[in-house]
Design a protein around this ligand. Structure first.
Ligand code: GLU
Length: 282
C-alpha cells in the first residue's frame, strides 16, 4: 500500500515536471539536466531571503528586491521564464560551497567580488557598487571619526563586512558574528550591540522597514568598496559570458535603473551609477 502511494506520487511529480518541460521556453539554456537546473527546465538561483530592498522572501512566499530583479532579468536572457525559477537561500558563509556543489546555477546575493572568492568561484559583473557602513540607533553618538575599537559590532560570518572589521576598520572591536544580518538587527534593537555593519544598501533596506522607522540611522562612513558580482561555479565561463551580456543589456535598456528605483527608492538609498562589466573599484 505504502509502495503504491509512493509510486503514484512519483508519477504525479514526473507528469508535472514533464508538463513544465513541455511548457518551457524554447530558448532554454543548454544544461537542463544539471542538478542546479533540476532536470525539469527549472533553474535554481541563490539569493538572500532576509534583506529587504536586496533579496527578500515575503510572508506570502513571493520574492522581492534588487537582486531578485537582476536574477529574473538574467534568467530570462538565459531562456528561463519567471515560473521556471526556484529561488534558494544562500547565506553569506554558504555561497562558495553552494556553487561548488551545484546546488544553484548562479548566485545574486549582495555578493562582493574579492580575490579570495575568485579562487573558488567565478563572477560575472559587477552590477552594483555598494559601501560598507554602520547602522546605529537613532540616538547613538557613533559617527565619522568615532574609534570603533572596543565597540560591540555585529556582522555575518563569511562576509567581507566581518573580515574588513577584523583586518582594517577596527581590529580590536568586540565583533559578534551571526549567520544573518536580521539576527544582528535584533541585537541592535535590544542594545546588545552598538552597531550592525555591512553594505549600505542592505542597512538602508532595514532602516526603511515600517517597524524600524525612526529607530535607526546609517553613519554614512563609506568604509569599503563592495563590487557586487553574480557568482557562478568555477570554470563555467560560458555562463559568465552569457550573464555579462544580460547585465549589459539590463543597463542599456533601462531595466537596471528601473529596478534600482523600485527597490532602493523607498529606502532613499543613494546608489552609485551602474558599473561597467569587469571594472572593479578597489
Ligand atoms: N557584500 C558583502 C559580502 O559579499 C556583505 C554582504 C553579504 O554578506 O552578503 O560579503
Amino acid at each position: 500500500m505504502k509502495l503504491r502511494k509512493v509510486t503514484a506520487a512519483s508519477a504525479a511529480v514526473l507528469a508535472l515536471s514533464l508538463a513544465a518541460t513541455a511548457c518551457g521556453s524554447d530558448k532554454k539554456d543548454d544544461d537542463a539536466s544539471s542538478s542546479s537546473s533540476g532536470g525539469s527546465g527549472k533553474v535554481k538561483i541563490g539569493i538572500k531571503f532576509d534583506q529587504p530592498g536586496a533579496g527578500l522572501k515575503k510572508p506570502d512566499g513571493s520574492f522581492a528586491g534588487f537582486d531578485v530583479d537582476v536574477a529574473r532579468y538574467v534568467a530570462k536572457e538565459l531562456g528561463y521564464q519567471p515560473n521556471q525559477i526556484d529561488f534558494v537561500e544562500t547565506k553569506s558563509a554558504d555561497r562558495e560551497s553552494a556553487l561548488a556543489r551545484g546546488d544553484v546555477k548562479f548566485i545574486v546575493a549582495t555578493y562582493s567580488i574579492t580575490d579570495a572568492r575568485k579562487a573558488k568561484v567565478d563572477f560575472a559583473g559587477p552590477y552594483l557598487l555598494a559601501h560598507q557602513d554602520l547602522l546605529v540607533k537613532a540616538d547613538s553618538d557613533i559617527s565619522k571619526g568615532t574609534d570603533l575599537n572596543g565597540k560591540k559590532l555585529c556582522s555575518v560570518t563569511g562576509s567581507t563586512s566581518a573580515q574588513n572589521v577584523q583586518k582594517s576598520i577596527a581590529p580590536k572591536a568586540n565583533l559578534r558574528e551571526y549567520s544573518s544580518y536580521s539576527e544582528c538587527l535584533s541585537g541592535l534593537q535590544s542594545g546588545a550591540v552598538d552597531a550592525l555593519t555591512t553594505d549600505d544598501d542592505i542597512l538602508a533596506g532595514y532602516a526603511a522597514q515600517d517597524q524600524y522607522k525612526g529607530k535607526f540611522k546609517l553613519a554614512g562612513l563609506k568604509l569599503s568598496n563592495e563590487n557586487y558580482g553574480i557568482g557562478v561555479k568555477k570554470g563555467d565561463t560560458a555562463t559568465v559570458d552569457k550573464i555579462n551580456k544580460a547585465l549589459e543589456k539590463m543597463v542599456s535598456d533601462g531595466s537596471w535603473q528601473k529596478a534600482v528605483t523600485a527597490n532602493f527608492g523607498p529606502a532613499n538609498y543613494k546608489n552609485e551609477p551602474a558599473p561597467k562589466i569587469g571594472a572593479i573599484v578597489k
